[in-house]
Design a protein around this ligand. Structure first.
Ligand SMILES: *[C@@H]1O[C@H](CO)[C@@H](O)[C@H](O)[C@H]1NC(C)=O
Ligand SMILES: *[C@@H]1O[C@H](CO)[C@@H](O)[C@H](O)[C@H]1NC(C)=O
Ligand SMILES: *[C@@H]1O[C@H](CO)[C@@H](O)[C@H](O)[C@H]1NC(C)=O
Ligand SMILES: *[C@@H]1O[C@H](CO)[C@@H](O)[C@H](O)[C@H]1NC(C)=O
Ligand SMILES: *[C@@H]1O[C@H](CO)[C@@H](O)[C@H](O)[C@H]1NC(C)=O
Ligand SMILES: *[C@@H]1O[C@H](CO)[C@@H](O)[C@H](O)[C@H]1NC(C)=O
Length: 922
């Protein structure tokens, strides 16, 4: 059920609820701490191997995730690489892990309760297959979410079953090996526990169960006390079966004085089991993709959405130039993008999305774009943007090039929902091609782009085609690994106003952007020195202007302190102050949930009106969370008059802060943070870029399984309004254009859940591992109230191949190797092996996992491969990994450490070590 959930967490009780996804720290063992321990250990191990392969030293300066990322990325990452993506990836996994206690609270298989062994294992096996398929399609977010959930189930096994009581000290490998049967399960008629009147007995498993090593688990009843005769219960107040004979419970979730040893063993084995599962995923994914899934990559992602209709040739040229410049100027630096994404759109088409880590591929793809077609009608800009928002990692910078208004304006609400969920920033480069466009509806103007830019914290830049290449320098500024926003405000209509902001010592490449027309401004530093818009190169920096954009590069090496900018314009304007710094923060709006194992869940839509808003926030610094002090966190409206809503903060450990805001501002707001960096004793200020607002409407839905190609997937959702009832318009969109059936309207009654269903059907030929993002929104007939939910599904073909490739060592020639290893140079040894995949999907790849020799393979058929290995006698161990087409991992291990016996022996010995159940290495 829960967590191996530490009772010590009760010290963190907030308004009466315990916390199920408190991050690592706090001392007690929870799902999060177990998951965190395993993830950090596996990432560290993988980083070390990758670093060695790349020939640099792996030497983290400390144990914080930030320092791990820094060390893992190696010399390229000197200085300014943010740990934000890694931190976010960890949080995503923790969150999904915790949510199993909310979304599947009453599902026995998800917690290995009530002897649901076969079903519980199926969840794990199916999840592992989904993760591998997702990673192959580079759908890392989907992979992380599934990983979080199945780790929960795997970990619960050790707490909720009698595995530990049976005396096992290693994880049950069969849970992650579908080819191995689950054996010796206690039958439904077999009594398993003795009665325990006190509710907490040391070990109430019946002696014959222990002797016969029968596997059982505790029954759990949230609504009913019924359980089969003689069966163990989970135990605890929420489990009604625990008061039915035999009373008590065998759950080891909590650490109590009476169950210390059992609890500790459960935690130890749950951690070891998590590591085994992660190792299997890592071997199937490869080290690089495993680290990418974990968010360990330079964080700059270059994402372009480009209009390719007839009038766009100059714009395409400018976009191409800037992509080339980014690739060429940032190669080998910490700012080199880790990924490139390109989405063309035209009329009427859009896509496909090109996504690559290879800069040369990006260059060639963008070179292929040509301007053609397109009539009088505006284009599919928002459809292209939708693909980019769902395809790019969260918090990406996306640049849109267009000279026309959007035809697909109906997508606007979905785009805003995606922006809010992904926290990506969208900037538009809009050039005019007025002649081509004669008429369009009044609503369809560039205003839509301005709204979207503002909502995401991006900029809407309006220039002539001639000026475009001057304006794109903003893209170079923002494609960096550690971009932070210090201040962002918008005024519409414009007015004269002074904006103070604090620059800290960690900030580099400080740039101020203003968009607007007929604007004057004066910038003043902490010492009172000023520069106005008329001084292109002054004491404080250099300015340039193109179209509606002003850009000020601040020459501030040691100008920490409070600056201000006084702006005067009657026209609408926006202000943005950015820099590069490793000091940043990540946040999510959350809500608490109750139940036997309460916790916090991230809200997918907008937070609820009429109640306090809560956020979970982490501050990242150079040396991990302990090096930062949080000052005030507030919600601030972007437009005038500014409303500032202060908060109360609670430290949840490990730099995670629970923020409660009692009076949430009306309208759109951002999150602002002030604090102190203890390393430099410098005060800093940061703000979020994505706008948010509260809503009276609430939509709930849970995706509880993957989706099969060609089959309709039924999703139940529930809509609630605290505003006025009546007809609400329901609108659903998905980024793959999969057919859907959705009710167009629902009639709501204030304060009551209205439940409904929709279906989505991926075509039969959808490749396994594809993910699809669904946005579902509900809007009152007046348009005054609305909210949305964003859901992600994985399409997965039914896996029938669960058999690992088999590796058999057929010959070892190690006679030349001297018995004394110190004499190993220059002698060599050889090994040959046969790899087969029986009736499986066929071997896809073979790689050397350990050993410094040379591996060569000869393919005799897709199911039968001969491998030859030759190594120096100094490298005494080899491990070969074979993957089949669905990611089943087969291994083959050989060591010559003790094989210095008579030659005949090594010659004739057939060593077949299928490293499986027996060997676990961490
Ligand atoms: C940022 O500043 C550093 C020096 O502090 C400079 O070398 C680098 O070129 C700047 N980056 C950009 C994108 O301007
Ligand atoms: C900051 O700049 C001033 C001159 O503008 C200089 O005298 C001072 O030494 C600098 N301080 C640091 C810490 O670099
Ligand atoms: C919010 O906090 C700031 C700084 O602590 C304070 O100046 C301001 O008065 C507070 N505002 C409200 C509404 O409490
Ligand atoms: C409707 O959904 C809500 C929330 O998911 C749930 O609590 C409620 O029981 C459902 N009602 C019905 C009639 O299914
Ligand atoms: C392959 O399939 C055949 C027929 O279904 C079966 O007899 C055989 O044992 C299978 N071989 C392996 C290695 O699983
Ligand atoms: C492996 O191959 C490389 C390049 O062909 C060669 O230099 C090296 O000696 C080989 N190693 C062994 C152990 O044969």
């Amino acid at each position: 059920m829960t967590s191996v959930l530490g009772i010590a967490l009760l010290t963190l009780v907030l308004s009466g609820s315990t916390v199920a996804f408190v991050p690592i720290g706090g001392g007690a063992s929870t799902h999060v701490s177990i998951t965190g321990t395993a993830l950090l250990q596996k990432v560290t191990e993988t980083c070390r191997v990758v670093a060695e392969e790349e020939g640099h030293e792996f030497k983290p300066t400390g144990s914080s995730p930030e320092e791990l990322v820094q060390a893992c990325l190696g010399p390229k990452a000197t200085g300014k690489v943010s740990g934000a993506k890694f931190h976010s990836a960890l949080q995503e996994i923790y969150t999904q892990n915790g949510l199993v206690d909310r979304d599947f609270v009453n599902s026995a298989p998800h917690h290995f309760n009530s002897e649901a062994f076969v079903e519980g294992r199926s969840l794990i096996i199916e999840g592992m297959a989904a993760i591998k398929a997702n990673i192959r399609k580079e759908n890392f977010q989907a992979a992380r979410e599934t990983l979080g959930r199945i780790l929960h189930t795997l970990q619960d096994f050790y707490s909720h079953t009698n595995w530990v009581e049976l005396g096992y000290t290693e994880p049950y490998i069969n849970l992650i090996r579908p080819d191995l049967a689950l054996e010796n399960l206690a039958g439904v008629d077999t009594a398993t526990c003795s009665d325990c009147a006190s509710g907490t007995c040391l070990n109430s498993i019946l002696p014959n169960i222990l002797n016969e090593k029968k596997l059982t688990s505790g029954y759990m009843g949230i609504f009913s006390s019924a359980k089969p005769k003689g069966k163990c219960s989970h135990g605890g107040a929420a489990d009604l079966t625990s008061t039915a004979d035999p009373r008590g419970g065998i759950s080891k979730d909590e650490r109590r004085s009476d169950n210390l040893a059992l609890h500790n063993s459960a935690v130890k084995e749950a951690t070891a089991a998590s590591l085994q599962l992660l190792q299997d995923i890592r071997l199937a994914a490869g080290n690089n993709d495993f680290l990418r899934m974990m968010g360990i990559a330079r964080s700059a992602v270059v994402c372009f959405v480009i209009d390719t209709t007839g009038s766009m040739s100059i714009d395409i040229h400018a976009a191409r130039e800037v992509v080339y410049e980014i690739i060429d100027s940032k190669k080998g630096t910490q700012d080199e993008p880790s990924e490139y994404i390109l989405v063309p759109f035209n009329d009427p088409g859009f896509g496909p999305m090109v996504r690559t880590t290879d800069p040369d591929k990006m260059k060639s793809e963008i070179s292929k774009l040509t301007a053609s077609g397109g009539g009088d009608l505006p284009e599919m800009c928002l459809s292209g943007l939708q693909l980019a928002l769902t395809g790019a990692p969260a918090s990406s910078q996306i640049y849109v090039f267009t000279d026309a208004v959007a035809k697909d304006i109906g997508l606007k609400d979905s785009i805003v929902a995606l922006i809010r969920t992904t926290k990506s920033t969208v900037s538009f480069f809009m050039t005019s091609a007025i002649k081509r466009r004669r008429r369009y509806s009044r609503a369809a103007t560039f205003e839509v782009y301005k709204d979207l830019a503002l909502a995401s914290g991006g900029q809407a830049i309006q220039v002539t085609k001639k000026q475009l290449s001057e304006a794109t320098s903003i893209i170079l500024d923002t494609s960096t690994s550690a971009l932070v926003t210090v201040l962002q405000r918008a005024r519409s209509p414009g007015k004269q106003e002074t904006f103070p902001f604090m620059l800290d010592e960690s900030l580099k490449n400080i740039t101020i952007y203003l968009t607007g027309t007929a604007i004057t401004f004066t910038l003043t530093n902490p010492a009172g020195v000023s520069q106005s818009q008329s001084e292109a190169s002054g004491k404080l920096g250099t300015l340039n202007t193109v179209g509606n954009l002003w850009r000020i590069r601040v020459d501030a090496d040691n100008q920490s302190g409070t600056w201000q900018i006084n702006i005067n314009s009657k026209q609408p304007y926006t202000l943005k102050v950015t820099g590069q710094s490793t000091i940043t923060f990540i946040y999510d709006f959350v809500e608490s949930f109750k139940g036997p194992h309460p916790g916090y869940a991230i809200i997918s839509g907008r937070p609820q009106a009429g109640q306090p808003a809560t956020l979970m926030l982490s501050v990242l610094g150079r040396k991990g969370p302990s090096s930062m002090t949080i000052g005030e966190v507030a919600l601030v409206t972007l437009s005038s008059p500014e409303t500032v809503s202060n908060s109360t903060t609670t430290d949840m450990g490990s730099g995670n802060i629970l923020v409660t805001v009692n009076a949430v501002p009306e309208g759109e707001f951002v999150v602002t943070l002030k604090g102190t960096d203890k390393v430099s004793d410098s005060k800093f200020q940061r703000q979020s870029t994505t706008q948010m607002s509260i809503s009276k409407v609430n939509i709930q839905a849970v995706v509880d399984s993957s989706v099969r190609p060609g089959e309709a997937f039924k999703l139940t959702f529930s809509v609630l309004t605290q505003g006025s009832g009546g007809q609400y318009k329901i609108n659903a969109r998905n980024d793959r254009d999969f057919p859907m059936t959705v009710p167009s309207r629902l009639t709501l009654t204030t304060g009551e859940h209205t439940n409904s269903t929709m279906t989505i059907t991926p075509p039969a030929n959808t490749p396994s591992g594809t993910d699809v993002t669904l946005t579902l929104d509900a809007m009152s007939s007046s348009g005054a109230d609305s909210n949305y939910i964003v859901l992600r599904f994985s399409v997965l073909t039914k896996i029938t191949d669960f058999v690992q490739p088999l590796c058999e060592v057929v010959n070892v020639l190690a006679d030349d190797c001297p018995a004394d290893v110190s004499q190993c140079e220059p002698f060599k040894w050889e090994l040959s092996a046969q790899l087969t995949d029986g009736n499986g999907t066929g071997i896809e790849s073979i790689s050397l996992y350990r050993g410094s020799g040379n591996l060569s393979t000869t393919s005799l058929s897709t199911h039968f491969i001969q491998a030859n290995y030759i190594a120096s006698c100094c490298s005494q161990i080899v491990e070969v990994v074979a993957l089949d087409k669905v990611g089943n991992v087969g291994k083959c291990y050989h060591s010559i450490v003790h094989s210095a016996g008579p030659p005949a022996l090594t010659m004739s010995l057939w060593l077949c070590l299928l490293v499986s159940a027996l060997v676990t290495r961490f």
